[in-house]
Design a protein around this ligand. Structure first.
Ligand SMILES: *Cc1c(COP(=O)(O)O)cnc(C)c1O
Length: 247
């Protein structure tokens, strides 16, 4: 059973890897410039453990409650795997303390208030600095999260001054139902500006199962892939991402 699942995940990983490699080649970029982040939300810890067996150690979740349980479980299943856990979902300030206990990086920081809550939580937990990306809004829809591009510089400057946070770059989700190309182009310009002010902010997290090629063409350094690796999330995914086909 688990051997079947492992073979299934291995085939899906091969296909995703081929897409990433192809996109890098077309863009004249080195494969090493793009990290592959496996988004394991709604899938069991056993799947995350199998992905680490296949060599994927950058894993992501979008809900604190689900993630804190899963991260502990993966730690029990694969005590020797050096997993780096990423938070990529909308986050309420009252979850900051919990998130900094399991996340190595939070990609969804979209307000000064949230940044301050995370900074305080890092100091309260006495943990190493937390890597953060600012999440930019590409559709100005507040319900989907993200900081308006016009306010990105101010948010970044605030994070750069926070003792518990390390500003690593920018993340965004493409607008729904529109060609992601122009949105990724605006994002790349914003990321370039940010990098001029903050040389350590080199990450551009963009691209998911459906649009990773366009994102890589526009400079993504981190694609976040769920469906294409793990399969469709079905009803559990309503409101939290795009459902898709099984691999
Ligand atoms: C779910 C999710 C992804 C992965 O989406 P897929 O389309 O399944 O690849 C990427 N980024 C964020 C922020 C997500 O919530």
């Amino acid at each position: 059973m688990s051997e079947d699942r492992k073979a299934q995940l291995a085939r899906a990983l091969e296909r995703v890897e081929a897409r990433v490699r192809g996109a890098c080649e077309s863009a004249g970029r080195a494969r090493a410039e793009v990290r592959l982040l496996a988004v394991t939300k709604t899938f069991p810890a056993s799947d995350a453990a199998l992905l680490t067996d296949l060599g994927l150690t950058d894993l992501a979740e979008n809900r604190d409650q689900e993630a804190s349980v899963k991260v502990a479980e993966v730690g029990r299943l694969r005590p020797d795997a050096a997993v780096r856990w990423h938070m990529v979902g909308r986050l309420q300030r009252n979850k900051a303390r919990s998130v900094v206990r399991w996340a190595d990086e939070v990609q969804s920081v979209d307000s000064i208030r949230l940044a301050t809550a995370l900074d305080n939580a890092v100091l309260a937990e006495g943990r190493p600095k937390l890597d953060v990306l600012v999440q930019a809004s590409l559709d100005d829809d507040p319900a989907r999260g993200g900081c308006p591009l016009a306010e990105l510089d101010e948010l970044a400057a605030h994070i750069a001054r926070a003792g518990g946070l390390r500003l690593r770059g920018v993340m965004a989700v493409a607008p729904l139902g529109a060609d992601p190309g122009p949105a990724f182009e605006r994002l790349a310009r914003a990321a370039g500006r940010l990098r001029r002010d903050h040389p350590g902010a080199t990450e551009l997290s963009a691209g998911m199962s459906g649009d990773l090629e366009q994102a890589i063409r526009h400079g993504s350094t981190c694609v976040r892939v769920g469906t294409a690796l793990l399969g469709g999330r079905g009803l559990a995914s309503l409101g939290s991402g795009s459902p898709g086909r099984a691999p």
